[in-house]
Design a protein around this ligand. Structure first.
Ligand SMILES: [Cu+2]
Length: 197
């Protein structure tokens, strides 16, 4: 069978890569890449999903462990979403990130491929939600190093404390969706339950 033009180009491209790198050069490039990888900051990706009619929406992974200093990038695959930290600055949501961490809010990410990044340096537990989908349980949890701080507390830890009168409670669906800290520490990347599409 005669290969299509695209297949021909693909094969040609691979051949060029193969011929361009003689074995010793290949080894040195691998060493260089390895060195770069070790020194570069870690980037973790969390995808924002939806089924075709928008009745199921989710972050994947829904639970993530990273070392302090890692950068997390949320990227839209389907539908419209936000990544928004549980923090009183964000529409009176309860504080569920470390006290000294900076709250984030991506605003609406409307096109597939739109993304937003946060670098997490303060150890602790970080809970976040999607603004339009929090009520149906589109939430996620990141553990940075040692799991501590408000995000490690029970959902209603703040009730009765001064200055918290305007804080909203975490919706029931979100409470049921967030994976436990113990599970995140064990699995490192926790994927959402059930069929995903
Ligand atoms: Cu969403």
């Amino acid at each position: 069978m005669k290969p299509s033009r695209r297949e021909f180009l693909k094969a040609g491209g691979l051949a060029l890569v193969g011929f361009g790198l003689v074995p010793d050069r290949r080894a040195s490039v691998a060493a260089l890449l390895g060195a770069r990888r070790r020194s570069a900051a870690v980037l973790e990706v969390i995808e924002m999903h939806s089924d075709a009619i928008g009745s199921r929406v989710w972050f994947d992974p829904i639970g993530l462990y990273v070392e302090p200093g890692a950068t997390v990038r949320w990227i839209v695959r389907e539908n419209v979403h936000t990544t928004t930290a549980y923090h009183p600055q964000n529409d009176h949501h309860p504080l569920r990130i470390p006290e000294s961490a900076v709250a984030w809010d991506s605003g609406f990410l409307v096109h597939p491929g739109d993304h937003f990044e946060v670098t997490l340096t303060v150890p602790g537990v970080y809970d976040y939600y999607c603004m339009p989908h929090e009520a149906v349980g589109m939430v996620g949890r990141i553990v940075v190093g040692q799991p501590s701080g408000p995000g490690a507390e029970p959902f209603d830890y703040w009730v009765g404390r001064p200055g918290t009168d305007s804080w909203r409670h975490v919706p029931e669906a979100a409470r049921q969706t967030l994976p436990s800290v113990a599970r995140i520490l064990h699995e490192r990347r926790v994927h959402p339950p059930g069929p995903r599409r």
